[in-house]
Design a protein around this ligand. Structure first.
Ligand SMILES: Cc1cc2nc3c(=O)[nH]c(=O)nc-3n(C[C@H](O)[C@H](O)[C@H](O)COP(=O)(O)O)c2cc1C
Length: 162
């Protein structure tokens, strides 16, 4: 397996899981971000960010350099916004940044992520293969528990790709 970790994180929860995975796999982790990042906090962020999802906004991304040809596996990370992956991930998928990869999807949430697997599966291009997905609840409130869960999931992912 030649993995790269690509993720979006607004408040650090997804970044925490990405860094645990990167450390375990000794792989590079790349944080993508929109050119226009939201500035809201508190309740306002749900309104602004949720609105982006509902309006199917596909934000332009800050430039980043990944040569996807160098990797056969993508660990893709997102917070759950309005029940699905966040808008920067929508850009990544719909603009066809990568093809023909084994994809392991990790998402962080606060308890409302029932459709997360189905939503990413539907959004991935047909040439990519969703191998496994795992959700992480209230990550920064329970970092140790989530670190252990990430470790167990990575071990499972390594087995899946043997
Ligand atoms: C705009 C917005 C919408 C959200 N919608 C949901 C949701 O539908 N279900 C849920 O469980 N959590 C939701 N959350 C909470 C985040 O998924 C959760 O806090 C996540 O771990 C944040 O990751 P981050 O710190 O990497 O940005 C939402 C957060 C934001 C900012």
């Amino acid at each position: 397996m030649k993995p790269i970790i690509v993720y979006y994180s607004y408040e650090g929860n997804t970044e925490f899981i990405a860094s645990v995975i990167a450390e375990l796999l000794r792989a590079q982790a790349v944080r993508i971000s929109p050119i226009k990042e939201m500035t809201s906090s508190g309740f306002g962020k749900y309104v602004w960010g949720g609105g982006q999802v509902v309006m199917k906004i596909k934000p332009k991304l800050q430039p980043f350099t990944i040569n996807f040809d160098d990797f056969d596996t993508v660990f893709l990370g997102s917070p759950i916004w309005a029940g699905t992956f966040a808008p920067p991930i929508k850009t990544l998928l719909e603009d066809g940044y990568f093809h023909g990869k084994n994809v392991f999807y990790f998402y962080t949430h606060e308890g409302g992520a029932q459709n997360a697997h189905r939503r990413i599966e539907a959004a991935l291009s047909k040439t990519n293969r969703l191998v496994s997905s795992e959700g992480f609840l209230d990550v920064l409130k329970n970092p140790e528990e989530n670190r252990q869960k990430a470790q167990a999931w990575v071990a499972h992912c390594l087995k899946e790709s043997e």
